[in-house]
Design a protein around this ligand. Structure first.
Ligand code: FES
Length: 659
């Protein structure tokens, strides 16, 4: 056997000679290979599993053989029989290198492993754990050397892991009892590579985290294993603040009228998150005390309510937030009953009107890493919009109001069972058919039966208005056509105008159309302002985030001109992008640094003070737009002919041409 056998690690490709007898784990450390370990090479944790590969490797100039690693010893056998170890695997800390060998490090043995997840729409994330566990043996105190528990733990971590750390005050009592219970062998949780935040007696392998997305309507939370990224449970509930006001501004108004009520709004949202945590740990069968890390995202108002900041400045110009920086808080400060040393990372706000939820959406959608110019739109009471590519991002909030959520619509309602969510109008007979949430069949199918429609939700009203426009009952200015009542008896007199009777109880009124026009014009004008700032006339990709974005049909959104023209195959729902971003930030310290850097670099546009906003708004009142062309849309569907007003000049600049 050679004195200095060579080892090659895959997939990293790192290689080098080692002293014969070096363990695979030590060789990996020496060569900078990402191979995990919690127990420090004691054969307890099983995180260091590797797969030796036999064969001739001319590329590496060596012949690798399984028996170039030392034979399996008693500790490894014990691990294999107690916890199970695949036959082709070895514990890297137990297998010594005796000859040339190629060793594969499987993904689950890497600290910075990749997670592929479907449940909360996070894919291909490389974990960069904020919390890591280290198993150490702390020497017992003696009369001669009666150093404190904290000092002896730190010495052990220094000796065994070469870590220079502090110990969080909240972990000291836990350390005392852990040492008492385990005779010196403990597992320490280290946060951010600089502080011990928790200590368990003996070997411990569970550190959990919770990602929370605080929406104005719903709050969602996900419980994950911080080391593997495995989702253990998810839970969601209505935001109980709704009793103080349906939309955000009415909650802010409530506080303006009743300043003493602010605490109540804060305790309500904190209480709801704490209850969600209770649901998560019950579902996963784990302990609240195992939760060491949380991340929170939310719009600026929810962010301020949760943190106990005054929300009133967010309701009036210049809309200054209390802070727009990322925050690192103790969970106890937010009244969350988890591990006493657990921390809460709050993503940064982008501006007083563009929140941490949008920062999270940027993290998950990554427009700042894309070559294509992407538009990310999250429609709620305000539309939060981000536009750009790897060269830079611009962001703004547009005052769409709650019409897209079904509010301000005569028969409008929240997206809930019974609400009309899809609408089609026959181009010949002008008769409608529709679908309601909770029933798969269309209203003209037998299976629909006599299902009652209780109202119409945001996606339903958008489709209804778009269909009325496409079949010529509405003109491009959003007025019911003069001949509409002659063409169908679905048009019913309504004061000085008419309404379209979708069902016996659900009418689409002229005011409903107007409310949608105002909302969509605000959204389009905001997007157009951002395009002006980037000096572009087209966007290459559109991602519609949030619940609204998931339900809206991109074609109808474009027919009405909510968003600019774009290749329809490049317009898609982003799902719960904010929740996905919260999860990414929970699992990756790198991602936190990334989003903090990006948020600082974003150009923030305040629509309220931009002189061109009003101009864009007026132009955008028409369907799909007064002057902008929609060639991609026109190629996909038959749009009613439009009269081009004289003198409208199209700007035709590309960003490339101008940059
Ligand atoms: Fe823990 Fe190998 S490092 S079993």
């Amino acid at each position: 056997m050679p004195d200095e056998p060579r080892v090659v690690f895959t997939p990293s490709g790192r290689r080098g000679p080692v002293v014969s007898g070096t363990t695979v784990l030590d060789a990996a450390r020496g060569l900078g290979v990402d191979l995990d370990s919690v127990c420090g090479g004691r054969g307890i944790c099983g995180r260091c599993q590797v797969v030796p590969v036999a064969g001739d490797f001319p590329k590496h100039g060596l012949v690798s053989a399984i028996d170039h690693l030392s034979a399996t010893g008693a500790t490894e056998e014990q691990y294999r029989s107690k916890k199970g170890l695949a036959t082709d695997r070895r514990l890297g800390c137990m297998a010594a290198i005796r000859g040339d060998v190629v060793v594969d490090v499987p993904p689950e043995s890497q600290v910075h492993r990749q997670v592929v997840r479907k449940r909360v729409e996070v894919e291909d994330l490389v974990i960069d754990p904020v919390i890591r566990l280290y198993y150490v043996t702390v020497t017992a105190p003696t009369l001669e050397r009666a150093a404190g528990d904290v000092q002896r733990l730190l010495a052990a971590l220094r000796d065994e892991w070469r870590l220079e750390l502090d110990v969080a005050a909240a972990a000291v009592a836990e350390l005392q009892s852990a040492l008492g219970a385990a005779g010196g062998a403990v597992t320490a949780a280290v946060r951010d590579g600089d502080e011990v935040v928790a200590v368990w007696p003996g070997y411990w392998e569970r550190a959990l985290g919770v990602a929370v997305d605080v929406g104005s309507t719903t709050i969602a939370a996900h419980l994950v294993d911080l080391a593997s990224g495995t989702a253990l449970a998810s839970a969601g509930r209505m935001n109980p603040q709704i009793r103080f006001g349906e939309d955000l501004m009415s909650r802010v108004s409530h506080v303006m009228l009743h300043p003493e009520g602010a605490d109540q709004l804060t305790s309500t949202v904190r209480g709801a998150i704490d209850e969600l945590i209770g649901e998560l740990v019950d579902e996963a069968g784990v302990d609240r005390g195992d939760i060491l890390e949380l991340t929170v995202v939310g719009n600026p108002v929810m962010h301020h309510f949760l943190l106990g900041y005054d929300t009133r400045p967010l309701g009036e110009a210049p809309f200054a937030p209390a802070t727009d920086a990322a925050l690192d808080l103790r969970a106890a400060e937010l009244d969350l009953a988890v591990h006493p040393a657990a921390r809460v990372y709050v993503l940064p706000l982008i501006a007083g009107h563009v929140g941490a939820d949008t920062a999270a959406a940027i993290l998950s959608e990554a427009p700042h890493h894309a070559d294509e110019v992407s538009l990310v739109v999250d429609v709620g009471t305000n539309a939060e919009i981000v536009l750009g590519d790897r060269r830079g991002l611009v962001a703004a909030s547009s005052p769409t109001g709650p019409a897209f959520e079904g509010a301000q619509i005569s028969s409008g309602q929240r997206a809930a069972p019974g609400a009309i969510e899809r609408v089609r109008i026959d181009r010949g007979t002008l008769e409608p058919r529709f679908r309601v949430i909770g029933v798969d069949a269309w209203s003209d199918e037998e299976a629909f039966g006599d299902t009652p429609a209780t109202g119409i939700c945001g996606s339903g009203i958008i489709e209804a208005v778009a269909e009325l426009f496409l079949c010529g009952l509405l003109d491009a200015d959003g007025k019911f056509a003069a001949d509409a009542p002659d063409r169908t008896d679905r048009m019913v007199a309504d004061g000085r105008t008419h309404s379209y009777r979708l069902t016996e109880s659900v009418l689409i009124t002229q005011n409903d159309v107007r409310a949608i026009q105002l909302a969509k014009a605000a959204l389009y004008a905001g997007v157009r302002l951002l395009m002006d700032h980037l000096d572009i006339d087209t966007v290459e990709q559109i991602r519609l985030a949030g619940a609204f974005g998931s339900h809206i049909d991109p074609t109808y959104a474009m027919v009405l001109g909510l968003v600019p023209d774009c290749d329809l195959s490049k317009v898609s729902a982003a799902g719960n992008a904010a929740g996905a971003g919260a999860l990414i930030a929970l699992l990756s310290g790198d991602a936190r640094r990334d989003i903090e850097r990006v948020v600082r670099s974003i150009t923030k546009i305040e629509t309220a003070v931009e002189p061109r906003f009003q101009e864009h708004f007026v132009e955008a009142m028409a369907f799909p737009h007064r002057s902008a062309e929609f060639p991609n849309l026109a190629a996909a569907i038959d749009l009613p002919a439009r009269q081009q007003p004289a003198g409208v000049r199209r700007r035709r600049r590309s960003r490339e041409a101008s940059s």
